[in-house]
Design a protein around this ligand. Structure first.
Ligand code: FES
Length: 106
């Protein structure tokens, strides 16, 4: 489903608190996060160090830890927080509407 450039990624309840899920769209992959404060965020799905899915990693507070080499990012800003990652993640706007999570990926 699309709406003025926004794409439905999932339902709010698809993501547990302090967790992350993978969302694929075409040939792109994203990670959708739900914080302990029930806020939702989205980043590129692959780690910037090597091409591993961050959705397989561990959410700790505002950080996502990559499952491959334990590099960390702040998923609210995309900022690289722990080596070996040094390049930030791209982040995407999200909105909640009628129980759905929408992402703008342009
Ligand atoms: S692939 Fe993510 S830290 Fe190496």
């Amino acid at each position: 489903m699309t709406y003025e450039g926004w794409i439905t990624a999932c339902e709010e309840e698809d993501i547990e608190e302090e967790d992350v899920i993978r969302f694929d769209y075409g040939d792109r992959t994203f990670a959708i996060y739900r914080s302990a404060k029930n806020e939702y965020f989205a980043t590129d799905g692959y780690c910037t160090h090597e091409k591993f899915h961050l959705a397989d990693g561990l959410v700790m507070g505002n950080h996502i830890e990559c499952p491959k080499h334990n590099g960390r990012f702040d998923y609210t800003t995309g900022e690289a927080k722990r080596a070996p990652v040094c390049q930030a993640l791209k982040t995407y706007p999200l909105k909640q509407e009628s129980g759905l999570i929408w992402i703008r990926i342009n």
